[in-house]
Design a protein around this ligand. Structure first.
Ligand SMILES: NC(=O)C1=CN([C@@H]2O[C@H](COP(=O)(O)OP(=O)(O)OC[C@H]3O[C@@H](n4cnc5c(N)ncnc54)[C@H](OP(=O)(O)O)[C@@H]3O)[C@@H](O)[C@H]2O)C=CC1
Ligand SMILES: O=C(O)[C@@H]1CCC=N1
Length: 258
């Protein structure tokens, strides 16, 4: 299957690396001329072009739009005249609706996704909204690509924003916590590299346990807080400093609440 990724920034690069790991696809990409992207194309050995006309000549089965949200509709409009109707468009642009894209891409199959950066290591969380009139064949094609990048959660488009905040922005929120924990470990005498390793391993294990057991996070927390022990003292400090509400409000704000 031939896949062209348009916009090779943080998300586009992560998708390309994840697709490249799975070694199942012929990958190409389009980006304005940029030495960073040229270097990545050389390293991963994918074909790089700079114009939508060149994208058309590649005859991709799938085009993934990872351009900045504000320019995505304009890029889609340019593509509409260049590509044939067979190419399936998958847009990762947060906040750009199916309807806005369908207006400039008539007669094209368009799916909306919100992926996250862990797609780079094929451990992504990908919210997917499919159009109601999509064919079984197109659905299979889209799922073949996305399943190679991580967990795909299919849902109606009106739920894509909140999945996008939890799945898409969530890694940044967890990274902030990991960074703070690493600083605290360094303060208490651990060297920084070991601190990063311990924190990443702990988050990976905690995530895997929650994912595999399907237990509620509160129950998993209770299993750590031994009576009269150290953890409950830390949890008390988190409550005192409003950690829980800080997280809830981060989600509120990322989801557009004023
Ligand atoms: N980052 C994330 O975790 C997530 C991002 N997304 C979505 O992915 C999209 C990209 O975000 P992100 O990767 O963070 O942003 P970046 O700024 O890191 O990447 C954007 C890329 O698009 C390129 N670009 C700009 N204009 C054009 C154009 N007209 N044609 C082709 N390429 C273009 C830029 O090129 P250059 O800089 O070389 O000029 C850059 O390489 C957004 O729509 C965002 O909503 C969705 C979920 C998660
Ligand atoms: O920050 C953003 O707008 C994008 C969408 C989800 C994650 N990053």
């Amino acid at each position: 299957m031939k896949i062209t990724v348009i916009g090779v920034g943080n998300m586009g690069s992560a998708i390309i690396k994840g697709l490249n790991n799975s070694a199942k696809f012929t990958i190409s990409a389009m980006n304005p001329v940029n030495p960073r992207v040229a270097k990545l194309a050389q390293e991963l050995n994918f074909h790089l072009v700079n114009t939508t006309a060149e994208v058309a000549s590649l005859k991709p089965d799938i085009i993934i739009l990872t351009t900045p949200a504000p320019v995505t509709v304009a890029v889609a409009k340019e593509l509409a005249t260049a590509i044939d109707n067979k190419a399936i468009i998958i847009s990762a642009a947060a906040g750009i609706s199916h309807q806005e894209l369908a207006k400039v891409l008539p007669n094209k199959t368009i799916a909306n996704i919100i992926p996250n950066t862990p797609v780079e290591v094929n451990a992504g969380t990908i919210g997917l909204a499919l159009p109601t009139d999509i064919t079984a064949e197109a659905t299979t094609t889209i799922l073949t690509v996305l399943n190679s990048l991580g967990d795909v959660i299919e849902l109606p488009e009106d739920k894509l924003d909140i999945i996008g905040v939890i799945g898409g922005c969530g890694p940044a929120f967890v990274d902030v916590m990991m960074d703070a924990m690493s600083d605290a470990a360094v303060k208490h005498g651990l060297d920084r590299q070991t601190a990063y390793q311990v924190v990443a391993s702990m988050v990976k294990g905690t995530g895997t346990l929650a994912y595999d057991s399907k237990l509620a996070p509160a129950l998993l927390r209770d299993q750590v807080t031994s009576p009269g022990g150290t953890t409950i003292k830390g949890v008390e400090a988190l409550e005192k400093h409003g950690f829980r509400y800080a997280i809830i409000d981060a989600v509120n704000k990322a989801n557009g609440e004023q």
